[in-house]
Design a protein around this ligand. Sequence first.
Ligand SMILES: O=P(O)(O)OC[C@H]1O[C@H](OP(=O)(O)OP(=O)(O)O)[C@H](O)[C@@H]1O
Ligand SMILES: O=c1cc[nH]c(=O)[nH]1
Ligand SMILES: [Mg+2]
Length: 208
Amino acid sequence: MQITIVDHPLVQHKLALLREADVSTNKFRLLTEELARLLAYEATRDLALEPTSIQGWCGEVTVRKIKGKKLTVVPILRAGLGMLGGVLDLVPSAKISVVGLARNEETLQPEPYFEKFVGSLDDRLALIIDPMLATGGSMVATIDMLKRKGCQHIKAIVMVAAPEGVRLVNACHPDVPLYCAALDSHLDEHGYIIPGLGDAGDKIFGTK
Ligand SMILES: O=P(O)(O)OC[C@H]1O[C@H](OP(=O)(O)OP(=O)(O)O)[C@H](O)[C@@H]1O
Ligand SMILES: O=c1cc[nH]c(=O)[nH]1
Ligand SMILES: [Mg+2]
């Protein structure tokens, strides 16, 4: 599995601000969106281009535009919604597929509660977005769902990943590249990433 840890100074600086214990809901939201934008920039770096002719100011000019492949952005509810605006800034015409999963706090298994996919998934690149890759259960379940619907090209974008989650995604779906701002140390006994960010969903939505 290809894993890209985006080491750009802007990414690392924003991640540092996100890790502060007393970060406000408003600041966490803004930083999440900004980080998502920068991570999506990296994740779309290899989109294929094709030459096309347009009328420019001085006559015909050959330019390059993104080739046919359509995109769907796949936020995993809830926390993935916090990254959606940042990704859509870069790919405003992307269609959105939504997956609702809640991690059971005791078993740490993802429990599905919603799914709504756009059509023609076999013809699209799916960009899954979720701030946290912890055990990897939620990401693997989402990739499973997409593949069952015929999706063949999938990338995962997270802010912080744990080695445990990377290992699980790699074991189940080695074809899915992962983009993140940090690969952290480990999971604690409650399945939280250390040092991580705490509960990203709660911080984005202001719950708890
Ligand atoms: O890798 P995993 O062990 O599956 O954990 C990661 C998942 O846990 C969090 O969501 P949570 O289930 O807490 O839901 P929320 O977004 O509604 O807070 C997070 O946003 C991921 O979706
Ligand atoms: O560290 C973690 C693990 C799962 N979900 C979170 O929001 N944070
Ligand atoms: Mg949560």
